[in-house]
Design a protein around this ligand. Structure first.
Ligand code: DAH
Length: 340
């Protein structure tokens, strides 16, 4: 029996060394250690061994089993590592190869194009970019902008109220108050973002986009506002675009203006798009109301500023001649693909 056990051990060793992959090794494991394997078979023969030799044989068998187990394990490790290496090599991808041409490449959404253009122009003028919350307090959305509770100016904006003190922001202007209550001049910032109003027709959507602008410093005047916004219009529309500023009303600016640009279609002669006036209204603006500066903790005797609010959809409709605001949200590929 001892000879038989020795033979199993040396055969196992040979078989293990000869295995060239883990699958073969598993076969070897089954052959020697499996339920119907050679070790199990010889264990069954233990019964026929003389009584006094049994313990020694049992011990020997066990040692051989452990030895085979160890050889299997160490070989298994070596083979697994080699196989992993080979697999990684085979799966190696050349990321520098050109990809196959796709029919369905995405494009940048027209509203994103216009928003980025607006931001880029103001970055060029030395403005920073900030963003704020879309769910806003009544305090920031209205009160700090000089629109007290129950003030008739609230009717200018059809507001979604969450409760008495929380609204979906109706404009990006609350960021003016957030910025001014948290930092001192000089301030030059633009604020892109979504805004919400209970309003819905061909040129209004309950969700739309604005870019707010604010500059606060010493000796800032209405003239600075006109200069900056005219330079902006020239960059956004065309070098030769004309601007005009009409008196308007916003509670947070005094004086307030609306800026028109000469019609981009007829260049001022009068057409369907500008309804024969030669002008297109593009944004609201004004000199920051001193009351707002003081409420936000900026001394209006020392500082002044200007602010403006640009409707991104409105600009995009003018720039691309889009007749209905809903076209921006329907995601019709025939529409979107035109902005490649
Ligand atoms: N917040 C105004 C609106 O949504 C637009 C606006 C007007 C913003 C004048 C301003 C401003 O900063 O000075 O109708």
């Amino acid at each position: 029996m001892k000879q038989a056990i020795d033979k199993i051990q040396s055969e196992a060793e040979i078989a293990i060394n000869a295995s060239s992959n883990t699958r073969e090794l598993t076969e070897v494991r089954v052959r020697f250690l499996g339920k119907n394997g050679e070790i199990t078979a010889i264990m069954k023969n233990l019964g026929s061994v003389p009584k006094e030799e049994k313990p020694a044989m049992g011990k020997m068998l066990n040692e051989v089993r452990v030895a085979i187990e160890q050889m299997l394990e160490s070989k298994e490790k070596t083979l697994a590592e080699a196989e992993k290496k080979a697999r990684l090599l085979a799966e190696d991808i050349d990321v520098t190869l050109p990809s196959p041409k796709s029919e369905h490449l995405g494009t940048v959404h027209p509203l994103t194009i216009v928003k980025n253009e607006i931001i880029d122009i103001f970055l060029g003028f030395g403005f920073n970019v900030a963003e704020g919350p879309e769910i806003e307090t009544d305090m920031f959305n209205f009160q700090l902008l000089n629109v007290p509770k129950d003030h008739p100016a609230r009717d200018m904006q059809d507001t979604f109220y969450v409760n008495d003190n929380i609204v979906l922001r109706t404009h990006t202007s609350p960021m003016q108050a957030r910025i001014m209550t948290s930092q001192q001049p000089p301030i030059r910032v633009v604020v892109p973002g979504k805004v919400y109003r209970s309003d819905d027709d061909a040129s209004h959507s309950p969700i739309f986009h604005q870019v707010e602008g604010l500059a606060v410093g010493k000796d800032i005047t209405l003239g600075d506002l006109q200069g900056v916004l005219t330079a902006f219009a020239e960059k956004l529309f065309a070098e030769d675009v004309k601007t005009r500023f009409r008196p308007s009303y916003f509670p947070f600016t005094e004086p307030s203006v609306e800026m028109d640009v000469s019609c981009t279609i007829c260049h001022g002669k009068g057409c369907r798009v500008c309804k024969g006036t030669g002008w297109l209204e593009v944004l609201g603006a004004g000199v920051v109301n001193p009351v707002v500066l003081d409420m936000c903790g900026i001394d209006s005797k020392v500082y002044s500023g200007f602010a403006f609010g640009i409707g991104v959809e409105r600009i995009a409709m003018l720039k691309y001649g889009v007749p209905n605001i809903k076209m921006f949200y329907e995601n019709d590929l025939r529409f979107l693909k035109q902005f490649k």
